[in-house]
Design a protein. Structure first.
Ligand SMILES: Cc1ncc(COP(=O)(O)O)c(C=O)c1O
Length: 345
């Protein structure tokens, strides 16, 4: 049990003692000069795990997605993606501002584009129309509560894009959560796509960073864009070292986070004034509704006063994210606190 239960995000995870140790001992060099062996090791390890030719360490998931978008498209092209996707909603319209692409958001049922939706969204050749440059997928899906797309679903969607000569990028910020939840090899999710970004800084608990993976040619272009946005870093092995520990030691334990999220969701489902779609709780995110005017804010404030931090994502919606700094006792405490607050309403 922790003195404060912080369920606001898995980005709040503290680095493990093994990460701090690895960071202190990391062999480093100037990575812009391609002399940082620790960074190279992380990149090679990530590419190998995801069955891609090459990887590139970047500052964040947002940067990895932006650079991938820039490398996979030409200015003026259109990017097909889900309306609730992170890229469309939470990445400051970087694709529009810096990549000069137009977004084509499509409303989906579960956050996942279907092959039919992609077929409909692809632009036919016509002088009046924008050209479709890229299709983006997100797995797990943040705004839909950490839901997972299966490798088969991804393959079917990617096939439609590829038939039309359009590439596919995966925002796999929490890709390893999907792999653990569905008990599949992470490379099965990346085989159908041309590029992927995943984060070591979320449930995998490293302090900083994401890795972009794809073909050698693509990574060469991503590297140029990374330099352009000032993302070329120097002795950055000090943080890449934690990413290596994350990939080596923090993947399998994501199952614990998923079990804790499930107990939290099941407990919430039993409480008055709170409701949750249990089918959507597949990984480490629990989105639930508060059935009372101003309820989300009241629950956030009430819980904070009892040392439980949660995050409102709407007037009636709360998002809780489990991670390695939250244990089963913390979930019990959270449910007690929620129960106490809602019983007074
Ligand atoms: C699905 C998804 N993609 C991308 C990102 C962006 O990652 P970062 O915060 O490292 O920029 C996030 C962050 O929460 C995310 O949930």
């Amino acid at each position: 049990m922790h003195p404060v239960v912080d369920l606001r995000s898995d980005t709040l995870t503290q680095p493990t003692p093994a990460m701090r140790e690895a960071m202190a001992r990391a062999e480093v060099g100037d990575d812009v000069w391609e002399e940082d062996l620790t960074v190279k090791r992380l990149e090679a390890m990530a590419a190998e795990r995801l069955g891609k030719e090459a990887g590139l360490f970047v500052t964040s998931g947002t940067q990895g997605n932006l650079l991938s978008l820039c490398a996979q498209t030409q200015p003026g092209q259109e990017v097909v993606l889900d309306l609730d996707s992170h890229i469309f909603n939470y990445e400051v319209a970087g694709g529009a501002r810096l990549g000069n692409v137009q977004m084509r958001p499509v409303k989906t049922a579960r956050g996942f584009l279907t092959p039919e939706q992609v077929r409909e969204a692809l632009r036919p050749a016509n002088i009046h129309l924008p050209q479709t440059g890229l299709v983006c997928l997100e797995n797990t899906h943040n705004r839909h509560g950490g839901t997972c797309m299966t490798p088969e679903e991804m393959t079917a969607v990617a096939a439609v894009a590829h038939e039309a000569g359009v590439r596919v990028h995966l925002d796999g910020a929490r890709l390893f959560n999907a792999a653990i939840a569905l008990k599949r090899d992470p490379a099965e999710f990346t085989r159908p796509v041309d590029s992927v970004t995943f984060c070591v800084s979320k449930g995998l608990s490293a302090p900083v960073g994401s890795v972009v993976c794809g073909s050698k040619e693509f990574i060469g272009q991503v590297k140029r864009f990374r330099k352009m946005v000032g993302g070329g870093m120097r002795q950055v092995g000090v943080i890449a070292a934690a990413g290596i520990v994350a990939l080596e030691t923090m993947v399998d334990r994501l199952a614990e986070d998923h079990a804790n999220a499930r107990s939290l969701a099941e407990g919430i489902a039993r409480l008055p004034k709170l409701s949750v779609d249990l089918a959507s709780v597949q990984t480490n995110i629990v989105i639930f509704q508060v059935e009372r005017p101003g309820g989300a804010e009241a629950l956030v404030k009430g819980a904070a006063a009892r040392q439980v931090k949660i995050h409102a994502i709407g007037p009636a919606a709360i998002r809780c994210v489990t991670h390695k700094d939250v244990d089963a006792d913390d979930i019990t405490k959270t449910l007690e606190v929620f129960g106490d607050i809602t019983s007074r309403w």
